[in-house]
Ligand binder design. Sequence first.
Ligand SMILES: [Zn+2]
Length: 256
Amino acid sequence: MVVNYISRTQWGAKPPATHNGRFTPLWAWRVQGVVVHHGGVKHPPKGVAAVKAFERHHLSKGWDGIAYNWLVDETGTIFEGRGWDARGGATKWWNSKSISVCYTGWGHDPVGVNVLESIKALTVEAEKRFGDLWVSTHRLKGSTDCPGGWLGEWVEAGMVVAKNPSDQDWAGVVAHIQFLKAEVAKKPLSRWRRSRGETVRLVQTRLLERGFDPGPADGIFGKGTAAAVKDFQRTQGWLKADGVVGVNTFTALFVQ
Ligand SMILES: [Zn+2]
C-alpha cells in the first residue's frame, strides 16, 4: 500500500535545528516496533496547525525538530514528522528502535475510523520497510497515560477490539476487519509461513472468544494456533482443515 501523506515540505517544516542540518539517522536494522502517541490536549488545534504547534513546542524544548516520525490528524490525514529515516524523539529509550506515530487529537475519547485506518496504514507501511514489528503504546513504554485510554486500548487489543463495548466504535471495527481481510486474502496466515504480528494476535484472540484455545495470544503463529485453527475449521464443515487462515477461514472466524 502506498501511504499518501503531507510531506515536511508541504506543511512547511523547519529544517532540523542541528549543526549539520540533519536529523540523527534511524538505522533500519534496529527498528523493532511502532509506538502510538496522542497529542494529550483536549481541544487541540487541527490539521497543519496541530503539526506546527508540536514543532514549535518541541523546538522550544531544544529538540532537533518535531519529535514524532509520523502524525495523523483528526480527519485521518497523515503528516510526515521525521519520516522513516530519522530517529524520533518522542519515546524515551526507544527512539533508536521504533517509529513513533502521533494522533494529534485526544485519545481518551473514541477516535474516528479514518484516523484508525491511517494509523494502521502507517504500521503496515512500516512493516514493509522494517519487517515484522510489534505495535505498542507510549504508556507501555514509559510512565505516561499517552495515547489516552480509548486509543491505548485499541492499539493494545491488536488495533481492533476495545475492552469496554459501550465505548466501541463499531463502524471502525468493521472497516478495520475488512481491511485485514484484504490483507489476509493477499497473504494467508500460517505456521509454515511463520506468520506473526497483530493480525495473528487478533486471530488468536478471536479463536479464544469462539472457544478454541490457541495458547497465549502472542502474535506468533505456532503449533497451538495451527491446531486451534484446524479445530475451528472442522466445526465449519465447508472449510478445509489445513490450519491456514486464508480469506474464507478469516471470514468465518470474524464475520459469521
Ligand atoms: Zn506519547
